[in-house]
Unconditional design. Structure first.
Lengths: 617, 244
């Protein structure tokens, strides 16, 4: 194998993706460390470097004197072609060493359509794809992140998964690894870590199936291996390790600013949302902690923008004070503050109006569904009145561009609900004309986007059938023809990629062969429309004898064993069932800030208090 | 160009010389610019900002460097709101650079009575480069180069936004030396640079590639900018010397 050279780099698009050397990146002497860890993001550099979790774990791992964590991203196909032609193995950015020289490769699973990139990255490093065939001297492959909550489709690729928040679990695993390193005892190592809370080692479990292809039984192969894998989370989020430094890329990335993580979890309880369930309980950092972290990060990175991150930033209990304090502290510094996502109400519009004095480029709202009935089914908890009120205050505050996000193909949806998307968009546009001419800004533009709903594990809709492609196309058409306002532009995805996403998201072990087959046939960067090729996947499904509609289009019964049932996220399955039943009747469940809704997380996980560090109001 | 607050007497301009090392040669101009701004910010220097809703830092690069070229002699102008010791600025910045950038020299730009001191970008006249071209064979290379040097005109097609045109680059080459070492042709040149006349080192390298068959066309051409010069009293001096 050869090392990367300038003769290759000068030929490819954006060579800066492949050179490292950024501000705050970490270099260590290989002779003075014990564990080499490659943190792998299965997508291109600019996407991967924007991911907060990876940036956090990179520094958490490098805090350890015995560990050297380096970064790896998926090379864009032009680079891959050059590397394969010149026999250059995929390498880590810091040392430029090939991945097969590492002890661990840790992949983060952010979306299902990145899985083929994982296989490609292993292949480019000369690492055996199947965990069951991988040799003792090859690296240990681990994975974590939201998609790890259904780990089964990668059961024969990944040696072990980490479920939940990685900050602590990672240290526990590496401490054990030091005992085993270089002793040729990978199996023994995996067996021992299978007892650490949050670790799942798929090779230590077996699955049997019923005649109808549903799962009959999932059980550990050995008595000492836990039968349930309980997710890990940081109980005191205010005290959690947060890097004082972050790598500052040379090239512009998607989120190129200081990112402050304000809280984890979400209180809204939207029934389609996986993040809202798996990240419970809600835990906050205090304003004091955040202001201090902002200070350090601004100093160490030289950034001039802070973004406040969380699942729903306007729900941070001390949001006004936090923003006011950050503005006051940085008024001489030319530092601006941004909110990536805002709630649909006038409070949030006022908030963003305060911090965005100059650039009023446009605001995005996500009503998710068009009619009140449908929004109640998904427990969105927002009324049409609120939406229009928010829109009105947006236009009155000087914005003229508004984006609206919706889903089509939600469970229990009717054509009337779908047409509601068009009607609501028209009504939002109508609010603009109610504002006096001299107050509103010229050039109204309402951009309505819809995506096809993909049911996800650990949500009340985990049993639901995805709407078929044909139905989805019908629904999209219905929205398109029902829009009357000229100011409304409708963007939609009718890509079959949502179907595949649904197949993999709720797939079992048999999907693993399909992913391997698709990779062998050339699938990669499936999340990028210019690279996605459905024909490959169709062939892969057929050749593996797997019926995709079994996974995507089939409604499950409550008593079916789901592939991810062995994972305990703290939220009771009964709660998810209850929520689905309430969805059928379009009944709302209150925001849990207003009172506990008995999901079970605070009872099942005694160490976790809901609203830890939050102000009570 | 930056428009700075008028009527301020305390602002001080500094010319800062820095390197862009080989490992970051693929970083493009705008990306380097943003990185330099971050270095200034990290160093907590009292930098001036432009006015307006979107204030810009008073940092400007004297002469852009092409992607793939590294340099031992880059320059930027910065404007601070108070006077600081040159050494202090240099040390503070060096504590805050990524490892591919080093601050080599800081010169305070002193005010000349009754005259506005020109921006660094306006005074550059020439730059020195060394260009390394990989050869497939060394034989006969000297003869070819001698014959190239004796040509009256060095014509090459230059492509830009408006189209292609044939240009003679020889008048823009002030000094030209070469040597061959381990199958690498190393060319050291002093060529026109800046807003009046400008020759890109890459174009010169392409001219050599077109006219010397034994240059490996597939290989990367390593180009280093060694230094940049301005005219002072009819002599070329480095930018640092110009303001000293």
């Amino acid at each position: 194998m050869n090392k990367i050279s300038d003769d290759i780099l000068f030929k490819v698009e954006k060579p800066a993706r492949y050179v490292g050397g950024e501000l705050n990146c970490c270099y260590k002497d290989i002779e003075s460390i014990d564990i080499r860890f490659a943190f792998c993001f299965p997508d291109v550099y600019e996407v991967g470097m924007s991911h907060l979790g990876s940036r956090i774990l990179y520094h958490v791992l490098n805090e350890r004197a015995d560990t050297y964590c380096e970064r790896v991203f998926a090379p864009w196909p032009d680079m891959e072609k050059e590397m394969r032609e010149h026999n250059i193995a995929l390498y880590a950015l810091e040392s430029k060493d090939s991945l097969n020289e590492f002890d661990f490769l840790g992949f983060t699973l952010q979306y299902e359509m990145s899985y083929t990139n994982i296989l490609n990255m292993l292949d480019m490093s000369g690492i055996t794809i199947r965990a069951s065939q991988r040799g003792e001297d090859e690296p240990i492959i681990m994975a974590g992140g939201p998609c790890a909550y259904n780990p089964e489709p990668l059961h024969d690729i990944v040696d072990f998964f980490e479920l939940g928040e990685g900050e602590e679990i990672m240290n526990d695993v590496l401490d054990v690894y030091k005992k085993y390193k270089g002793k040729g005892k990978k199996k023994e190592f995996l067996r021992e870590i299978s007892k650490i809370r949050g670790v799942y080692v798929p090779s230590l479990y077996e699955v049997s199936y019923n005649e109808d292809n549903t799962i009959c039984e999932f059980k550990p192969k050995y008595p000492d291996v836990p039968s349930r894998v309980v997710k890990r989370f940081v109980a005191d989020f205010n005290e959690v390790a947060y890097p004082e430094k972050m790598v500052v890329p040379y090239i512009e990335i998607v989120h190129d600013r200081v990112i402050l993580e304000t809280f984890r979890g979400c209180t809204n309880g939207c029934r389609f949302c996986q993040a809202g369930m798996i990240y419970r309980p809600v835990r906050e950092k205090t304003t004091a902690t955040l202001v201090e972290a902002a200070d350090k990060l601004l100093k160490s990175t030289g950034y001039r923008e802070i973004s406040l991150s969380s699942l729903s930033i306007c729900d941070y209990s001390d949001i006004r004070n936090l923003i006011a304090t950050l503005i006051e502290k940085n008024k001489e510094n030319h530092v601006s503050i941004s909110l990536p996502s805002i709630r649909i109400d006038s409070f949030s519009v006022d908030l963003i109006n305060e911090i965005q004095k100059a650039r009023k480029t446009g605001l995005t709202f996500a009503p998710e569904a068009g009619t009140q009935r449908m929004r109640d089914i998904i427990n969105k908890g927002v009324t049409e009145e609120k939406i229009l009120e928010a829109a009105s205050s947006v236009f009155a505050s000087g914005w003229s561009t508004i984006k609206l996000y919706f889903m089509v193909g939600l469970p229990y949806e009717t054509m009337e609900d779908v047409r509601g998307i068009a009607e609501l968009s028209d009504k939002v546009a109508g609010e603009y004309f109610k504002i006096p001419k001299e107050v509103r800004k010229r050039g109204l533009r309402v951009t309505t986007s819809s995506a096809i709903f993909v049911p996800k594990p650990f949500t009340p809709f985990q049993w639901a059938a995805q709407c078929t492609m044909d139905e989805a196309v019908e629904k999209i058409k219905a929205v398109k023809y029902a829009i009357t306002s000229k100011a409304v532009t409708y963007n939609y995805h009718e890509s079959i990629v949502s179907y595949l996403e649904a197949v993999i998201a709720r797939g079992d072990r048999r999907i693993c062969d399909v992913i391997i087959k698709a990779f062998e046939k050339g699938a990669k960067f499936d999340g990028w429309s210019e690279h996605f090729n459905f024909e490959i996947w169709k062939e892969a499904l057929e050749e593996c004898g797997v019926d995709g509609s079994f996974y995507a289009y089939r409604e499950r019964s409550y008593d079916e064993v789901l592939p991810w049932d062995f994972i305990d996220i703290g939220v009771n399955k009964e709660y998810l069932i209850l929520e689905n039943e309430k969805a059928k009747k379009a009944e709302l469940t209150q925001n849990c800030k207003l009172g506990c809704t008995d999901c079970g997380v605070n009872v099942n996980f005694k160490e976790g208090t809901c609203f830890h560090s939050a102000l009570s109001n | 160009m930056l428009i700075l607050k008028k009527g301020r007497v305390s602002i001080v301009r500094y010319l800062i010389k820095y390197s862009k090392d080989g490992e970051i040669k693929f970083i493009a101009h705008l990306d380097l610019m943003r990185t330099l701004q971050k270095i200034v910010k990290r160093a907590e220097l009292p930098i001036e900002y432009s006015k307006g809703f979107n204030p810009h830092m008073a940092v400007s690069i004297a002469q852009p460097l092409s992607v793939g070229v590294h340099s031992k002699g880059e320059y930027m102008d910065v404007v601070l709101s108070e006077e600081l010791e040159e050494k202090y600025i240099q040390d503070k910045m060096n504590e805050n650079t990524p490892r591919g950038i080093k601050i080599l020299d800081v010169v305070k730009v002193t005010k000349v009575e009754g005259k506005k001191q020109s921006q660094a970008m306006a005074i550059i006249d020439a730059a020195k480069y060394s260009i390394k071209l990989k050869l497939t064979q060394e034989e006969g290379i000297k003869e070819i180069l001698n014959s190239i040097c004796s040509n009256e005109e060095w014509n090459i097609i230059k492509k830009n936004k408006s189209g292609e045109k044939l240009v003679n680059i020889k008048p823009l080459v002030h000094e030209f030396e070469y040597e061959v070492e381990n199958s690498i042709l190393v060319i050291s040149v002093l060529i026109a640079c800046g807003s009046r006349d400008n020759l890109s080192a890459g174009l010169l390298a392409n001219y050599m590639k077109e006219n010397i068959e034994s240059i490996n066309k597939e290989a990367f051409v390593d180009i280093v900018r060694e230094e940049m010069y301005a005219m002072k009293d009819d002599k070329l001096v480095t930018l640092s010397e110009f303001f000293k």
